[in-house]
Write a protein that binds this ligand. Structure first.
Ligand code: FAD
Length: 377
């Protein structure tokens, strides 16, 4: 008998899980992978798009390239999830699963920040990054703010990277001296679990004249006065606002009765939800790691290993550790690396590898190896 798996969402988590199950189970697997989009893109490729380094088409990886034994991709929009019955409805049909995996990521709620859509920009969605391709060339002088509006948010180093890459972009255009860059972050330092990487980032901000505003969120924009209002009611004038919008689960997850305090709770050790046969991985959960692709992938590995062990009778995997490596763009063609572990010990730990050209190559390999594994490209 084949194992009937339905995987909702073909992002980092869904792609890694489908790949691992296909490799191990092949003809014993009957897996349906569902996503509303026709293609995947890495979170970090939004920087390539917004700063005009690559075209949107160049960073898209089409799902039609997925050819794996036991796996079928369906481009459909999920409209209802019944976790009790392990039944999923889409705009085109319905699916019944033995094992259901929710890997639907995090959506954005721009309207939660008054003034953001009228008077600012966000760089977290693909369409936001595409719009910024047109906006950034028009910014030649004045005040730029990169600002976080809410927690949790994906890839905590990303706002710092955006500020550093904006510095490079304006320098290359010859207008950096006419511009100010500020970074508004809800933490006291850029990457709290890794003091060494935070020190390196703060030193780099100081060197490049980037004003770091710690322990603050941007609560609203006043587009008429071109003012950002922070959560302590202080005001910062801006001419260009690059925002990280409020995150939330996709609408269909919110309507499914699976969330608590906004996200899907899971057993940290094995990513099981409270519904038998239903797992949740990645950004859609409140597992206790930051929302980043490497952690979604790590969670997928634990779920895959336990399903494979159940079928093949092998050993169950050790508990999920919430460990992973994040590459951090330092600008001027240098990349650093933070190795973090969120769940093994009593508190998160992180170590830092200094920015270098060698790590630029390692980050490229991170992308190309997944392109090859997931899409055969
Ligand atoms: C600017 C930026 C830079 C980043 N840099 C990095 C980085 O360097 N390293 C890193 O590890 N992470 C990075 N990230 C974070 C990373 O992109 C996400 O954390 C990661 O994609 C989460 O994976 P996931 O599988 O949980 O969800 P996702 O990859 O978001 O996948 C969820 C999928 O579900 C689909 N979906 C949602 N709702 C529906 C529906 N109703 N019907 C059908 N399909 C649906 C979506 O289309 C999507 O494909 C970055 C993010 C940003 C914004």
């Amino acid at each position: 008998m084949k194992l009937r798996v339905v995987v909702l969402g073909a992002g980092f988590g869904g792609l890694e899980l489908s790949t691992l199950l296909s490799e191990a189970l092949a003809e014993r697997l009957d897996l349906t992978l569902i996503d509303k989009n026709d293609s995947f893109f890495f979170g970090f490729s939004k920087f390539d798009v917004m700063f005009g380094r690559k075209t949107p088409d160049a960073v898209r990886l089409a799902y039609r390239n997925i050819v794996k034994p036991g796996v079928r991709f369906r481009q459909e929009t999920i409209t209802a999830i019944d976790p009790e019955a392990r039944r999923v409805t889409t705009n085109k049909g319905a699916y019944q699963a033995d094992v259901l995996v929710i890997a639907l990521g995090a959506d954005y709620d721009q309207a939660a920040t008054p003034g953001l859509s009228e008077g600012g920009n966000e760089f977290y969605s693909f369409s936001g990054a595409e719009r910024l391709r047109e906006v950034l060339p028009t910014f030649t002088k004045g005040r730029a703010i990169v600002g976080v509006t809410s927690t949790p948010f994906k890839c905590p180093p990303a706002p710092s990277e955006a500020a550093l890459l904006l510095h490079d972009y304006l320098t290359a255009k010859g207008v950096r001296d006419a511009c100010e860059i500020s970074l508004v972050m809800p933490f006291g330092v850029p990457i709290p679990p890794s003091p060494a990487s935070s020190r390196a980032l703060l030193a780099t901000f100081a060197e490049r004249g980037i004003n770091f505003v710690p322990n603050r969120l941007v609560r609203a924009l006043d587009p008429r006065r071109r003012i950002a209002i922070l959560d302590d009611e202080s005001e910062m004038p801006y001419d260009l606002f690059l925002g990280v919008p409020k995150h939330r689960v996709p609408e269909v997850v919110a309507a499914s009765d699976m969330t608590e305090d906004g996200w899907i709770p899971v057993d940290r050790k094995n990513l099981k939800t409270r519904f038998p046969g239903v797992y949740a991985i990645g950004d859609v959960t409140s597992v206790g790691t930051p929302k980043a692709g490497v952690f979604s992938e790590g969670a997928a590995r634990v779920v895959a290993a336990s399903l494979i062990a159940e079928i093949q009778g092998g050993e169950l995997p050790t508990a999920y550790t919430g460990a992973g490596s994040c590459y951090v763009e330092f600008g001027i063609d240098r990349v650093g690396r933070v190795d973090v572990d969120f769940l093994s010990g009593p508190s998160p730990t992180g170590s830092f590898i200094e920015p270098s050209v060698a790590l630029v190559g390692e980050k490229q390999h991170f992308g190309s190896s997944r392109r090859a594994r997931w899409f055969g490209l």
